[in-house]
Ligand binder design. Structure first.
Ligand code: NOJ
Length: 736
């Protein structure tokens, strides 16, 4: 931790109350502007969920009317672009951008997002999520980089670099926030924020690596997870927060709790029955900033006055916060300046289009794709609930799902839905495009009322599970779609989920197609018209039937503003798809978890009523060409893999080269394989290149029962290929 005279003098001058205030982050969307102004006068350290004039007004009050005039830092969830602002550039979700396996692109996305956030004046985004999504029932699957620790770590570092730039003082740099520390994605039954049944050995092995990389990359802030590990909430988990994060990883930024988790210790997790204990335990465990739980302010002051907590704990937290504020240059420039006119500018939209293109994953194709304009096709039917629904295409965390008070939530152009993308591609042809809605993703109703426990107001969407009622209400739409399809030469069918099924409060027990989508598909598949299904969804769905009944399946996830254009380009062969799955698809819900890097066991993981293999595995993704691998070598000295990759088809393409490692015999069990390196390579039709990839020590090390990390001598298998599947790989054995 840097020691700095300016900061030390400030801390010496601060009252206990001012220290408590500095440690607090106040949600303006909840408390409103009048109360926010009062907090600002007390010198609160941070505010969230406020933008525009309101934000400027709060900062003015902090800088002019609080005693010490320490500028506040404003935070926002800009997690796939500055998406709470409807004029901003909207990128693919983290899950969709992960399908690019493209560090450079992800860094650019971070840079553009930071510039737009900073242009709003805001200095901090709560991104990236470095949790792994290994059980896709989890509602927040879309927010992750997928199921693999290596991919999450690499792309996490890339986006952090993009957000923070070269220098935190830069007018367009914002603080990144790696979240949620730790094991959050592993909650039992994929129930968001529930207890996590993992050991610290497993944490080190599986979940810590991306955070270690984030800390090494200089990530300025980290957010504690909502949940608990083995009965101890992360909010008070000294072993995780002080032990792992501070002492071991050497994190020197500041640590913020998640939303209202200090209150949650009392209300939900019930490990405390008063604010004093909850506040003391949270601070003592190493949280520097407390999000939302404003009771902390009085409670922590009292705890120190009563001698239950040393004031030095508060000093340390304040020091962490002020050090980052100083590094940001907040005293010189209390708000970021960004680049005027850059929000949603053309150059940024170009990056969104590139990102949309790179995130298209072709899952199956019997040859129907790419569709050529060869006069066999005269009419194309675009059908389905997600074909022309920008809200579904965007998914979670946009101005639709998290409206900022006072801002409009009407869809803002430009964006291109799938229907629009198809029309764009065909505008200079005489192929006719017809559209039919088909059915809804889920029938739903809204609940507006108060949370039973906190009394806070909520607006919530519930799925209506009355299938009979659904059937009768929706049948006319299905029939209409069938009539439209019958008259057509090709059906492009957009299925999936929508924003009511993605995010917090939206874990799913059933990963099958919801509503009448399955019935729609069944009806259309009886018509003998080729079907290209496009999955617009926040997560992998269990869709074996879709694969069987479709001639081709494309997965777009939530591809952002230009996803419709990118997918249409892929359908008509203007784009050679190159995206790869950052997460495996289950055959059926009961098969989860199906992540690729599991520990080996008996019976090959088979169920009697379901195969062992996933429907689609991590790293899979087709294109309109083929790649052949040969000449795999490994240099032990430099830990470098080299492999020859040839484009054997007749279309130029981009291959995502993947290298996996298996430790053949080790003192603790290790995964059947782990991704250890990847890169992308451009290959013209017929071209061959030798690709070199350097592996980290981590690729060969294990975590022993005593939690130490070691490389055990012996045999390792190195695999290189097109996906995580054995049949897509060539392998060699090496000895250490
Ligand atoms: C709760 C979420 O868990 C976290 O990811 C988010 O950053 C905060 N709310 C702030 O909105």
């Amino acid at each position: 931790m840097e020691s700095n005279d300016f900061i030390e003098k400030l801390i010496a001058e601060m009252t206990l109350e001012e220290k408590a205030a500095q440690m607090l982050q106040v949600p303006v969307s909840v408390v409103g502007m009048d109360e926010a102004r009062e907090w600002a006068r007390k010198g609160v350290g941070s505010f969230l969920n406020v933008i525009g004039d309101d934000m400027r007004e709060i900062q003015r009050v902090v800088c002019e009317e609080s005693r010490l005039k320490i500028p506040a830092v404003f935070g926002i969830d800009a997690v796939h672009g500055h998406c709470l602002n409807r004029r901003a550039t909207i990128f693919p979700s983290q899950l969709a951008m992960a399908a690019s396996f493209d560090r450079e692109l992800v860094e650019k996305i971070g840079r553009v997002t930071a510039t737009e956030v900073a242009t709003e004046g805001i200095q901090w985004t709560f991104s990236p999520i470095l949790c792994l999504a290994r059980d896709p029932r989890w509602g927040r699957t879309n927010e992750t980089f997928g199921e693999d620790k290596y991919l999450a770590g690499e792309l996490g570092v890339a986006i952090i670099k993009g957000y923070q730039g070269e220098d935190l003082k830069d007018g367009s740099s914002v603080l990144a926030c790696a979240k949620h520390f730790i094991g959050y994605g592993e909650a039992t039954g994929a129930r968001d924020s529930y207890d996590t049944e993992i050991t610290f050995r497993k944490i080190r092995d599986e979940f810590l690596p991306p955070f270690r990389k984030a800390v090494d990359a200089g990530c300025a802030t980290i957010m504690t997870a909502y949940g608990s590990i083995d009965g101890t909430p992360l909010t008070i988990n000294d072993k995780a927060l002080r032990g792992l994060l501070r002492d071991e990883l050497g994190f020197d930024g500041f640590l913020i709790t998640d939303w209202d988790t200090v209150n949650s210790l009392i209300r939900r997790q019930r490990v405390c029955d008063n604010h004093g204990d909850a506040s003391r335990l949270a601070a003592a465990a190493g949280n520097d900033m407390i999000m939302c739980s404003t009771e902390f302010y009085d409670a922590i002051v009292q705890q120190v006055r009563e001698g239950k907590l040393q004031e030095s704990v508060l000093d340390e937290a304040v020091r962490h916060i002020l050090t980052i504020k100083l590094r940001q240059g907040l005293w010189e420039k209390p708000l970021k300046t960004g680049i005027p006119g850059s929000i949603g500018c053309d150059a940024h939209h170009e990056v969104a289009l590139k990102a949309a293109r790179e995130s298209v994953v072709l899952l199956s194709n019997n040859g129907v794709l790419p569709v050529r304009n060869d006069r066999k096709i005269r009419k194309i039917a675009v059908i389905g609930p997600n074909a022309d629904d920008i809200r579904a295409q965007y998914g979670d965390w946009t101005y639709f799902t998290h409206p900022v008070p006072g801002r409009e939530t009407e869809p803002e152009r430009p964006y291109v839905t799938l229907l629009e993308g198809v029309k764009e591609q065909l505008q200079d042809t005489d192929i006719k495009v017809v559209y039919s809605y088909g059915c809804s993703v889920n029938r739903r109703f809204y609940y507006k009322g108060n949370y039973p426990d906190t009394g806070a107001f909520m607006e919530q969407v519930y799925a209506d599970n009355d299938h009979d009622a659904e059937f009768y209400k929706e049948m006319p739409y299905v029939n209409e779609a069938a009539a439209v399809a019958r008259e057509s030469d090709l059906v492009i069918l957009a299925l999936g989920d929508n924003y009511t099924q993605a995010g917090e409060y939206t874990d799913r027990a059933d990963l099958g197609l919801s509503g009448m989508q399955g019935a729609l598909l069944r009806v259309l598949s009886t018509l003998h018209v080729p079907i290209v299904t496009v999955l617009i969804s926040s997560k992998p769905l269990a869709i074996p039937d879709v694969v069987k009944k479709s001639d081709a399946v494309i997965c777009a996830f939530n591809g952002g503003m230009y996803s419709g254009r990118a997918v249409a380009e892929a359908i008509f062969g203007k784009l050679n798809p190159r995206g790869r799955l950052p997460i495996s698809f289950p055959v059926m819900t009961g098969q989860v978890p199906v992540y690729y890097n599991q520990l080996p066991g008996w019976h090959e993981g088979r169920y009697v009523d379901c195969p062992a293999e996933p429907l689609f595995a991590f790293g899979e993704g087709l294109s309109y060409t083929w790649y052949e691998y040969s000449g795999l070598k490994f240099d032990k000295e430099t830990k470098t893999v080299s492999v020859d990759v040839k484009n054997t088809g007749d279309m130029d393409g981009v291959e995502v080269v993947q290298v996996y490692v298996n430790d053949v015999v080790s003192s603790v069990m290790t995964a059947v394989k782990n991704l250890a390196a990847f890169c992308t390579v451009d290959l013209k039709a017929g071209e061959q290149k030798t690709v070199e990839l350097k592996l980290d020590d981590e690729a060969f090390s294990i975590i022993r029962p005593d939690e130490t990390s070691v490389i055990e001598p012996g045999e390792f298998i190195i695999m290189a290929g097109h996906s995580s599947k054995d049949e897509d790989q060539i392998k060699i054995s090496v000895e250490f």
